[in-house]
Design a protein around this ligand. Structure first.
Ligand SMILES: [Fe+2]
Length: 284
């Protein structure tokens, strides 16, 4: 089945507003990002994949905290269907992410091409409350950031079904979270909305007390030089790789593979020329 993804292109005014909110509040939202048909396509893919993975019994992934046992999760969406990559490389997300995460000194690609990469890409339907945390690993202040979360809601997200909660402006605190803090702001949204935040933002989730699913696609995007949370390049499905554009291959990390041997290459950064080889010739 061909899964065409139709997402909305934001206006220049909306983009300016999103970037302002990211700077000041640390988060923003794009309403009605996905069409109803696209939401349904993604939900079909997610539900059938979840059933396939957990057919005989629920898979327990090693190292997953017991607090997450009520959560449903599917890892590595980039290996499931090209449409999951298409939605992250859609013009709206590219326009925002390029502004925040492009390295202006990359040089191996033209300045108007994205050079940031995918870190981590999962579908999740959370159950338990998730305490406040940051995803940037290091807290620091200033307008510069090097990592962001992009969350595409496939079902309505409400206070009762476990929506994300945030501390507005906390990305500028240069501090790790205070988990006793009260009066968190709930980020409610409708299916199809895109919610995004600076990875330094203090955030968590409410407990899902409804018992219903709350599927969302959750992607972490970062500057090209940050080690991804999953080894996306070595774990890539050849089938999906062959369907990707040069921009998509770069986004997956194929233009920033550290060289094994200085005689081959002495710089981690490459341009699209590097992508001309066959998949099997990457020599992972
Ligand atoms: Fe997080």
């Amino acid at each position: 089945m061909e899964n065409k993804i139709n997402s909305r292109l934001i206006t220049k005014m909306e983009q300016i507003q999103v970037l302002k909110e990211l700077d000041i509040y640390g988060f923003s939202k794009v309403d009605n990002f996905l069409t109803t048909v696209s939401i349904e396509n993604f939900l079909d893919l997610i539900n059938s994949k979840y059933d396939e993975i957990n057919k005989t019994q629920k898979v327990s992934y090693p190292g997953v905290p017991t607090r997450n046992t009520n959560d449903k999760i599917i890892y590595n969406l980039q290996n499931i269907d090209i449409s999951f990559i298409d939605v992250l490389t859609s013009p709206t997300i590219v326009s925002i992410a390029s502004n925040k995460l492009n390295d202006p000194f990359y040089r191996f690609l033209p300045p108007d091409k994205p050079n940031y990469v995918l870190q981590y890409y999962n579908a999740r339907s959370s159950g338990q409350k998730l305490d406040l945390h940051i995803d940037s690993h290091i807290p620091f202040s200033g307008s510069f950031t090097n990592m962001m979360q992009f969350v595409i809601l496939l079902e309505d997200s409400t206070i009762d079904n476990g929506c994300t909660t945030v501390v507005p402006g906390s990305h500028q605190s240069a501090k790790f979270t205070d988990r006793e803090l009260k009066n968190l702001k709930p980020l409610e949204g409708k299916a199809g909305d895109l919610i995004l935040w600076d990875s330094r933002l203090w955030h968590g989730t409410n407990e899902n007390i409804t018992g219903d699913s709350r599927w969302a696609l959750i992607a972490t995007l970062s500057m090209w030089w940050i080690k991804p949370s999953m080894d996306i390049v070595r774990g890539m499905s050849e089938d999906i790789y062959d369907k990707c554009s040069d921009h998509q291959k770069q986004f997956l990390g194929f233009c920033s593979i550290p060289p094994i041997n200085p005689m081959d290459r002495n710089n981690t950064k490459t341009g699209y020329d590097f992508l001309k080889k066959k998949f099997k010739d990457y020599n992972f």
